[in-house]
Ligand binder design. Structure first.
Ligand code: SAM
Ligand code: SF4
Length: 328
């Protein structure tokens, strides 16, 4: 039994949102006052998340990304990581985090089966960072970055490219990869911010970002992307690290998509841009067996839309929910 959609794409990668709560208020992700968080009992319990992951892993999913909201704000998250590490069918467990709360956990993470940490950092300047995230935690996040770089965990940096805010730092971020073994990834901003399209002066899409970089460097090496990679990857010759661009909004990466998502409240999403297909939490709480879950997952994946544009058109309303509820 495996998960395959009608376009032949095999699903091997689950993104699981641990919570909808967050300690930051990034402008592109949520309004100043935050989002309406759900009642605690509406969130999947760790036991439910463990079961969902196990069932998916029995259907060929071998890679999990834990995200949110901020996964580390949920109590006992590290214990949950520990239990997931016992699942031998998982080859990779990755985490996306804003890094403000994790520096004390890094040694523990190194002992577990954690492959990579994606650390979100949108500015290398303390004041600007505080403006973007609406919290003054740059020093903690940068400290996490340095500790992670010295650890045995792979480190990727997520940088949402925001017109009028941090485009002047694109080169500074690439320069970080000169002496540090990091993969910097520039992400196109999407309207998932809890209120809809922001007033963006200039669209910084993949093409604009790469031309900007090429204007600065004499030589930019194109790297061979791993299968189903979300980013197109590059390197400045002789730099220790790499950089990449995630065309999250222009959606040129859908062809070989291998991903599905479960939100913090248990909504199954075949695509980041769909409106959610069904609620796994309710199905489980109504007593579904593992076999019933498997049948449901198989038939749902079969209906995965061809790409993010088709998924968005089919949802019947506009994309405006916060990424923290979806699990970015
Ligand atoms: N709180 C964690 C963090 O910030 O890394 C994990 C959750 S966050 C929703 C996951 C990723 O989505 C982050 O890298 C964040 O920058 C990105 N993100 C959030 N809102 C976005 C948006 N509107 N457009 C593009 N990326 C976004
Ligand atoms: Fe929180 Fe991450 Fe959203 Fe920022 S991007 S508000 S850190 S969930």
């Amino acid at each position: 039994m495996e998960l395959r959609d009608k376009f032949g794409r095999k699903i091997t990668y689950l993104r699981l949102a641990i919570t909808d709560r967050c300690n930051l208020r990034c402008q592109y992700c949520m309004p100043t006052q935050g989002i309406d968080i759900v009642d605690r009992k509406e969130l999947l319990s760790y036991k439910e998340m463990y079961r969902i992951t196990r069932v998916f892993s029995e259907l060929g999913v071998n890679k999990v990304r834990l995200t949110g909201g901020e996964p580390f704000v949920r109590k006992d998250f590290v214990n949950f990581l520990e239990s997931l590490s016992f699942n031998d069918k998982l080859d990779e467990i990755n985490i996306t985090t804003n890094g403000a709360l994790i520096s004390n956990h890094i040694n523990k993470l190194e002992e577990l089966k954690i492959n990579a940490i994606n650390l979100s950092i949108d500015s290398l300047q303390r004041e600007k960072f505080a403006k973007i995230t609406r919290r003054d935690v740059f020093v903690d996040v940068y400290n996490t970055l340095e500790k992670l770089e010295r650890s045995n965990l792979k480190l990727k940096l997520n940088v949402v490219v925001q017109s009028g805010f941090n485009t002047d730092e694109i080169i500074d971020f690439i320069e970080l990869s000169k002496n540090k073994d990091v993969a910097v990834r520039f992400i196109e901003e999407m309207p998932f911010n809890g209120k809809g399209q922001r007033d963006i002066k200039e669209e910084w899409n993949f093409e604009k970002i790469i031309s900007h970089v090429k204007e600065h460097y004499l030589e930019v090496e194109t790297l061979k992307d791993a299968e189903s990679s979300t980013s197109r990857n590059f390197k400045i010759p002789n730099y220790k690290g790499t950089f990449g661009i995630i065309p999250a909004f222009t959606r040129t990466i859908c062809n070989d998509c291998n991903r599905i998502r479960i939100t913090a409240t248990g909504m199954f999403k075949n695509c980041l841009f769909d409106g959610g297909v069904f609620n796994v939490r309710d199905f489980m709480r109504d007593g579904a067996s593992d076999d019933e879950l498997k049948q449901l997952f198989i038939s749902t994946v079969h209906k995965k839309p061809k790409n993010g544009f088709i998924a968005e058109a089919a949802r019947g309303n506009s994309v405006s929910e916060s990424m923290s509820t979806i699990g970015g």
